[in-house]
Design a protein around this ligand. Structure first.
Ligand code: ADP
Ligand code: TRP
Length: 317
């Protein structure tokens, strides 16, 4: 089974991304072959600074490799190193009804949030379909917000197969509903759009953890941990025994939010300090990183090449 996912390099990755997307993808690696790419073409819908895009692309690669993506077992590549996706996106575009794209919530949401209504933003789902279909992916782990784009992908694969013969696999979305929405420092969903994130390798993790908004129940009083952001975040990092111990301490009273924040910070460091070490080593060796990405692209093109040959022949080129 081939499992493929992409992530846009459009901001620093945060705890929500790690527990909501990266970790569940790593967990899937026993089930099949993982293809993970950095969607730098997609990010051009919002990033208009070449240097910033190049840096962000590198940062995402470093984050994934630091947090456990093993390039010997998984294929990691930059979308732009497989430029044939643009070619396939065009063939798919010629079969894409305008109405299908007009119905996409993500486009409408982005416009409503003030993004310019460009052709790229509008046509984005056709490019995403190309990313998936060009690799004949079976399973695509994504967040809930991407479910509709997977429906578009399946729809376009079906239209293509009807017109030109059975070439594409219809991919299944994988949306783990076991992953809770991870709260940010203000208690809302952690999201870069809400400016409430804690970055994976943020130099200000301590300041951000200490600044998590809490109610003003005095330290001595018993507190209900469920629903409390610090406790919810602690659950992500700590063992079940540690979590039970924190719950007990909150309910007993005499345990303040400050204590819980310190425990959370320590649990974060326990998990992330080894990742940080690996990241620092890789960051110091840009050639090694480039080699990993080039090798990933080579493997990705090995997979996409035969599919594109069939596609070109089928469409009459
Ligand atoms: P953001 O909301 O910061 O823009 P993205 O939409 O780029 O994040 O997130 C990429 C993936 O990370 C999502 O598809 C989702 O699976 C996961 N993710 C992001 N934030 C959270 C969160 N707060 N809780 C759970 N998962 C999240
Ligand atoms: N659209 C996805 C997002 O914003 C990123 C993405 C691009 C993607 N192409 C993909 C995800 C292909 C999965 C498969 O999160």
């Amino acid at each position: 089974m081939r499992i493929l996912t992409g992530i846009q390099p459009s901001g620093k990755l945060h705890w929500g991304n790690y527990f909501g997307a990266m970790k569940s993808m790593f967990d899937l690696s026993e089930k099949g072959e993982i293809f993970m790419f950095i969607a730098n073409y997609h990010a051009m819908t919002t990033v208009r600074d070449g240097a910033a895009l190049r840096d962000a692309t590198r940062e995402v690669a470093l984050d994934y490799l630091a947090c456990g993506l093993d390039p010997e077992k998984a294929v990691i590549y930059r979308q732009s190193d497989v430029p044939e996706v643009q070619e396939l996106a065009w063939y798919l575009s010629c079969l894409t009804p305008m109405g299908l794209l007009e119905r996409c919530h993500s486009y409408k949401d982005k416009i409503a949030h003030g993004l310019e209504a460009t052709h790229g933003l509008f046509a984005y789902p056709a490019l995403m379909a190309a990313d998936i279909l060009i690799m004949n992916a079976d399973l695509v782990p994504v967040g809930k917000d991407q479910k509709q784009h997977l429906e578009v992908t399946r729809d376009l694969a079906g239209k293509f197969n009807n017109a030109y013969g059975e070439i594409f696999t219809l991919p299944e979305p994988y949306i783990p509903n076991t992953v809770a929405t991870i709260p940010g420092t203000d208690g809302q969903k952690m999201s870069k759009s809400y400016h409430n994130t804690i970055g994976l390798f943020d130099v200000s993790v301590k300041k951000k953890v200490m600044g998590i908004v809490t109610d003003s129940t005095p330290m001595e009083e018993p507190k209900e941990p469920e629903g409390n952001s610090i406790y919810e975040l602690y659950k992500l990092f700590a063992t079940p025994e540690e979590v039970a111990e924190m719950a007990r301490a909150f309910r007993a009273g005499g345990y303040g939010y400050g204590h819980a924040k310190k425990a959370l910070l320590a649990a974060y460091h326990r998990l992330f300090d080894p990742f940080k070490e690996r990241r620092d080593a890789l960051e110091k060796d840009p050639d090694a990183l480039e080699d990993i990405l080039k090798e990933g692209a080579r493997k990705a093109r090995l997979a996409s090449g035969p599919i594109m040959e069939k596609v070109r022949l089928a469409v009459g080129l």
